[in-house]
Design a protein around this ligand. Structure first.
Ligand SMILES: Nc1ncnc2c1ncn2[C@@H]1O[C@H](COP(=O)(O)OP(=O)(O)OP(=O)(O)O)[C@@H](O)[C@H]1O
Ligand SMILES: [Mg+2]
Length: 501
């Protein structure tokens, strides 16, 4: 038997009394794509951070090709051949593909960067791994999936033998996910070992050879993917009982279309060169999901609705009254809430406790005669934390210390707490595990049943077909279709989304 490419033994990490990762073993062979999966807070990112050096493990050791990896030293770890592709790109957008790939290692001649050699080296590298990129393109102008390929090429230029990918497809569209999978398989065929974190079981079964399941900071299952079923995977992640519950929740019935009065009416909304002629009604008591490829301008359109981005044509009526959205404050004052896609920058205060984040937009409700009522706040915060199953369920915990999926739950909770009459959510469950998704869907359905008008933008077709009462498809800045969700299948949606308009 040949020695593994990477071998971690007893690797663990504690934060004070919290054990994020119990002493764990992990093996990775050359050319193997290993999925790392588990519920939110299971310890996946912690394990990856121990391997990148971002976090110094509390114990254990790691061998790369039989040699000890310099734990806790990110620079030295990259030089030994372990690189990480992050969800948010770490590239220089104003620089070319070529300069990004060879950043910090450009070949020099007489003290100057030798552009010719640099170009040849980069082109050789791209050809060797079958990556299709224009060396002269500015990185900032490339679509997200291409930027991921630049990051991968950059890692390969640093002689990566092991690539770590922490939810790399979080914000990619379906067709782009497939592209990235092809690249991953190509790298594996060249002998690179890959550890791949994802919450999408479709992805795991499409691209991975083997999987490691973490639960509560502990490895509970290791298996080749062709020797385990989806049901077994879900059960191992959340435990048998929860698995049954979350499936039952996903099955609950749809609402008849347009059951309530028109809350929001969008008429011919447009912004030159971005989107045009968008018209639809959003009813009280319905969930309308708008899907489409990244770049179909869904996000731009909902920001225009909310008032956080401009429009130059058409109008928006709220409860029949014409309104000119001018600012987010306008939206909030009028009972429209927006859960943005980018939780790190727009949605949350990472340095503040869960409690403060949850009540940030609701404070007015807890004032009485100008005095804050702390008990009302505490009760409401505790019930939200319980409903969303935020882990750890401690109101004083800093949001920046929560796992990615738990941060997303807090963001959604913050807006549900305000109980707006119209709630718009942009990619609400990116990074959220299967169990928590079902919890979020249940909360959105409950809000709908109370009469809230809910508008969801999502690239996750499983989410769209599970959650929506009506489905709209956007393509290149236009609303292509809008119809009841009952009976629409995923393959139909795929065909429509990719269709050239
Ligand atoms: N800096 C920190 N301080 C304290 N606790 C932390 C810190 N970073 C992570 N944790 C805790 O460690 C545990 C594991 O978190 P981790 O980020 O590894 O989860 P994950 O499996 O990546 O989850 P997700 O799917 O939500 O991204 C969680 O309970 C989290 O709250
Ligand atoms: Mg994580």
């Amino acid at each position: 038997m040949t020695a593994p490419l990477l071998e971690a033994t007893g690797l663990g990490k504690s934060y004070g009394t919290l054990v994020a990762l119990k002493p764990s073993d992990l093996r990775l062979n050359r050319g193997e794509v290993r999925a790392l999966i588990g519920s939110n807070g299971a310890g996946k990112s912690t394990l990856i951070k121990c391997l990148t050096g971002a976090v110094t493990p509390s114990g254990g050791s790691v061998l790369l090709e039989g040699k000890p990896l310099p734990l806790g030293q990110p620079g030295a770890i990259i030089r030994s051949g372990v690189s990480c592709i992050y969800q948010h790109s770490n590239l220089a957008p104003m620089m070319s593909v070529m300069d990004n790939i060879s950043m910090g290692r450009q070949p020099t001649r007489f003290g100057f960067v030798d552009r010719k050699t640099q170009r040849t080296q980069v082109q050789d590298l791209l050809a060797r791994y079958g990556i299709d990129l224009d060396p002269d393109a500015l990185v900032g102008t490339l679509p997200t999936v291409k930027q991921k390929e630049v990051e991968i090429a950059k890692a390969l230029a640093q002689d990566a033998k092991v690539l770590l990918m922490d939810e790399p497809t979080g914000w990619l569209a379906v067709s782009d996910v497939r592209r990235l999978h092809e690249t991953v398989r190509l790298l594996a065929a060249k002998g690179v070992g890959i550890i791949y974190i994802s919450h999408m079981l479709d992805e795991i079964f499409a691209v991975c050879d083997s999987l490691t399941i973490l639960r509560d900071g502990e490895v509970v299952t290791e298996r080749a993917v062709d020797r385990i079923s989806r049901t077994e995977v879900v059960a191992a992640m959340v435990g048998e009982r929860l698995a049954r519950e979350s499936l039952a929740a996903a099955d609950s019935g749809r609402k008849a279309t347009g059951s309530g009065e028109v809350r929001l009416s969008v008429r011919g909304l447009g912004r030159r060169g971005v989107f045009r002629d968008i018209s639809f009604d959003l009813h009280a008591g319905e969930i309308l999901c708008i899907t489409g490829l990244i770049g179909s301008k869904r996000t731009e359109m909902i920001h225009a609705l909310f008032g956080s981005a401009p429009h130059d044509a058409g109008e928006v009526l709220l409860n029949g009254k014409r309104l000119v959205p001018r600012s987010p404050a306008w939206g909030m004052a009028n009972g429209i809430g927006l859960v943005p896609e980018d939780r790190q920058h727009e949605g949350l205060m990472l340095g503040m406790p869960i409690r403060d984040n949850l009540v940030m937009t609701t404070l007015r409700r807890f004032h009485r005669f100008g005095v804050l009522r702390p008990r009302g706040i505490d009760r409401s915060v505790s019930s939200l934390i319980a409903a969303l199953n935020v882990q750890p369920p401690r109101p004083a915990q800093l949001v920046g210390r929560l796992s990615g999926g738990n941060q997303q739950k807090v963001l959604i909770g913050k807006w549900l707490a305000r109980d707006p009459s119209v709630l718009i959510l942009d990619e609400p469950t990116v990074g959220v595990d299967v169990g928590a998704k079902a919890e979020i869907y249940a909360l959105l359905r409950a809000a709908r049943d109370r009469g809230m008008a809910v508008l969801v933008v999502s690239s996750d077709l499983e989410e769209v077909t599970t959650l929506a009462d009506r489905i709209g498809v956007m393509n290149r800045g236009r609303l292509l279709s809008l119809r009841p969700a009952a009976g629409i299948t995923r393959p139909e949606l795929v065909a429509e989304i990719g269709a050239d308009a």
